[in-house]
Write a protein that binds this ligand. Structure first.
Ligand SMILES: *Cc1c(COP(=O)(O)O)cnc(C)c1O
Ligand code: SF4
Length: 335
């Protein structure tokens, strides 16, 4: 449980330093978790082509000695990733077809999503990002010019969503460069960030970021991404509270993942922990059919059943909407 008493002050660590100190060697990760003797059994014998990356603070939230830890499962390369599965491809949700300019994905009315950067602080094994051709598709390239031109040229765009990769992997100055220019576009009335960094690298929520957020001329919504309650420890909770106190609306999206959060207790605990961290559940996504992620799949019948049970247990405002993304649809599809 997260104590209700005021949190102790956190030591100030430069987030880039914390990022650079991430673990990239699976054997080292297992050794740190007292699982060195199971390395041969657990690790993929063949290179999966998608490196491991785990920040230290995220490692500290895993349970030593538990190979089934729900955080470890999200990041440890597994032999199952190499198995081809029918229907699992490299552009699961039609992002490339919806790309309007470098890094600009305009699928839904009024909202434009920018692939700000391909960089991210962690590598989640189920991520579509492992296949995205980022080199061609970055909104932050060339001082955001193409993205800004696109937004200025379409006055139906009311909300701009910074996504990625992870937009908070960009320097705060780079983000400010964008929002300074965006402020000159009159029809934009809302800014959103889709980011997992406050969860996986809470050091990122520093004074400079909060000062930038506090100075923005629009309502700002920060949609974080946590899949399991254990991801929200005191440090994460403090980062989320700081964002909230800095004026952001905080929502969470998660992905329903086999062996990580596909149980009633796990989903219930996640909602309550989010609530304690000033964040409301928004979406619970069915997994996009990304090649290499089939072993995380939860079928739709099981997902609906879990969601119905969850509805019977939680206050309405702590119930995430169960959705899937279907290419060509005008919004996420509720189940
Ligand atoms: C999911 C998504 C959005 C945001 O949808 P909301 O339902 O408003 O959260 C916007 N653009 C794209 C391309 C998306 O995939
Ligand atoms: S944080 Fe998001 S973008 Fe980064 S690897 Fe995980 S799922 Fe992908």
């Amino acid at each position: 449980m997260i104590p209700a008493s005021p949190l102790p002050p956190q030591p100030v660590v430069d987030w880039r330093l914390a990022w650079r100190q991430s673990l990239t060697d699976p054997r080292q990760l297992l050794a740190r978790l007292a699982l060195a003797d199971r390395a041969d059994e657990l690790l993929a014998a063949v290179d999966t082509g998608f490196a491991m990356r785990v920040p230290e603070s995220y490692l500290r939230r895993m349970r030593p000695g538990d190979a089934d830890d729900p955080l470890l499962r999200q990041v440890l390369p597994a032999a199952a990733e190499l198995q081809a599965a029918p229907g699992y491809g490299t552009d699961a949700v039609g992002d490339l077809a919806a790309s309007r300019a470098p890094g600009v994905i305009h699928k839904y009315h009024g909202r434009v999503l920018l692939i700000a950067t391909g960089a991210c602080a962690i590598n989640c094994r189920y991520c579509f990002r492992r296949h995205f051709p980022y080199a061609d598709e970055l909104a932050a390239r060339d001082r955001w010019r193409a993205a800004l031109d696109y937004i200025a040229g379409d006055d139906s765009v009311q909300e701009v969503i910074l996504s990625g990769g992870d937009p908070l992997a960009l320097a705060t100055g780079k983000l400010a460069e964008f929002t300074d220019a965006l402020a000159g576009i009159g029809h934009v009335r809302s800014l959103r960030l889709h980011t997992r960094l406050p969860i996986v690298l809470p050091e990122r929520v520093d004074a400079a970021l909060l000062a930038w957020l506090g100075g923005l001329p629009w309502p700002v919504t920060v949609v974080v991404h946590a899949n399991h309650g254990n991801e929200i420890d005191e440090q994460t909770s403090a980062a989320l509270h700081a964002l909230r106190d800095g004026g952001a609306h905080l929502l969470n999206q998660s992905v329903l993942l086999a062996g990580v959060n596909d149980s009633l207790p796990a989903l219930e605990q996640l909602s309550w922990r989010l609530h304690q961290a000033a964040t409301l559940p928004y979406y619970l996504h069915l997994l996009d059919k990304v090649a290499g992620a089939a072993h995380f799949h939860v079928d739709e019948v099981a997902a609906r059943h879990l969601h119905a049970q969850l509805r019977a247990r939680l206050p309405g405002y702590l119930l995430p909407r169960l959705v899937r993304e279907i290419a060509g649809e005008p919004a996420k599809t509720p189940l």
